[in-house]
Design a protein around this ligand. Structure first.
Ligand SMILES: Cc1ncc(COP(=O)(O)O)c(C=O)c1O
Length: 385
């Protein structure tokens, strides 16, 4: 049996053909395929505007700039996330303030957001951890009461949904936020190699994001007509965060398969849940009835003390059997850079407890039923269950 990584992309002949077609065309950097990809994203999420960029990190950075974050501002976010979430707040010279997670869902706890708000708070940056939507209506209510912006980090959650007032809402619809950000890194639901996108219903944010993506340059229609077709103006200090047409063509082709990818991820998660049900010392992220996860990750919550094995030993033994695992994540505030740059060092109970017990096991669309069984059986054998 082949080695089983914790996550991997799924590329088929259609994807390869789509990329080759662009390579043979006139545009290989940002061109018509980027616009087509953005259209796919807006129609998938039910949102007005999408801006495709070079990574999820770039998307977060631009979203933070678009809401006008600057020095002295605070942004409330979760410690259980990839570094990029909090780093994007630092890029815009603002300060991340970590609020504890809800232990059962692993998502930021709305009650903890409320406690973390000060007169300097400008925004909330929730992360839909592992693909499970946060309680957005609750977070939205808290944010609006306190005059805060919301950027959703949905890098794990393309295709996820939550129920509000009896209706299923897509993550990325921005019904309860100002902007939502996605990543198309290879372990995500769809891939463009590297890539990301910001979606919003706000025209002003959209225009800012489009400018910031490409050096802050715009071509004002009236002036171009008057002065000449070469004319351009730099109106803000932007970046080169453009996505290429090569990446976007892969993205369009991948988006056509998103539903199938999520269906398969859900089946794998169900198979794991059945395999591990009733085992004392092992539990998993709770999926409330109002949420449909898109299962970017499958995280086991293991009581290693009760199981009589360390995480390191279990990971090494699984690796010896060809099973890849990972830990998502070390609480961000524990990183040396954050420890030395934050004025206070938080120690959040649920984040700490979660971190001690977390182990991500393989989940990706091409994973076979027999491979899921193998992962579960190896874990049971090694832990003596
Ligand atoms: C929650 C979260 N936010 C942001 C990012 C950054 O995305 P990218 O790797 O595309 O820059 C990631 C990537 O893993 C992520 O998991």
């Amino acid at each position: 049996m082949r080695n089983i990584p914790y996550g991997r992309q799924h590329i088929d002949p259609d994807d390869i053909r789509a990329v080759i077609k662009v390579l043979k065309s006139d545009f290989i950097t940002q061109g018509p395929a980027v616009s087509a990809f953005e259209k796919k994203i807006t129609s998938c999420c039910g949102v007005k505007y999408a801006v495709a960029v070079s990574s999820g990190t770039a998307a977060l950075h631009l979203a933070c700039l678009a809401i006008g974050l600057s020095k002295g501002d605070e942004v409330v976010t979760t410690p259980i996330t990839f570094l990029a979430t909090a780093n994007s707040i630092l890029y815009s010279a603002a300060k991340p303030v970590f609020a504890d997670i809800d232990y059962e869902t692993v998502n930021i706890d709305p009650a903890e957001i409320k406690k973390a708000i000060t007169s300097k708070t400008k925004a909330v940056l929730p992360v839909h951890f592992a693909g499970l939507p946060c309680d957005m209506p609750k977070i939205h209510k808290i944010a609006k009461t306190n005059g805060l912006k919301i950027i959703e980090d949905a890098c794990h959650a393309l295709g996820a949904e939550y129920k509000h007032n009896g209706k299923w809402i897509k993550v990325g619809s921005c019904k309860h936020s100002d902007m939502t950000v996605f990543s198309f890194h290879p372990v995500k639901h769809i891939t463009t190699g590297e890539g990301g996108a910001i979606v919003t219903n706000n025209r002003e944010y959209y225009e800012r994001l489009v400018g910031l993506r490409s050096h802050g340059v715009v071509k004002p229609y009236k002036k171009c007509k008057k002065i000449g077709p070469w004319y351009y103006e730099m109106r803000s200090l932007g970046f080169n965060y453009r996505m290429t047409d090569i990446q976007a063509a892969l993205g369009v082709s991948q988006m056509n398969k998103l539903k199938g990818f999520i269906k398969r991820r859900k089946e794998i998660a169900e198979q794991y849940k059945k395999s591990f049900s009733g085992i004392k010392g092992i539990s998993f992220q709770e999926e409330p009835s109002w949420a449909k996860s898109s299962y970017h990750l499958f995280v086991l919550n293991i009581d290693f003390k009760k199981m009589g094995i360390s995480r390191k030993s279990l990971m090494n033994k699984l690796s010896g059997k060809g099973v890849g695992t990972q830990v998502h994540y070390i609480p961000v505030y524990k990183q040396p850079y954050y420890k030395s740059s934050l004025s206070e060092n938080p120690l959040l109970d649920n984040a700490e407890l979660y971190y001690q017990k977390a182990l991500s096991i393989p989940i990706f669309p091409a994973m076979k039923h027999s491979e899921v069984s193998k992962v579960a059986e190896e874990i049971k054998k090694i832990t003596g269950r």
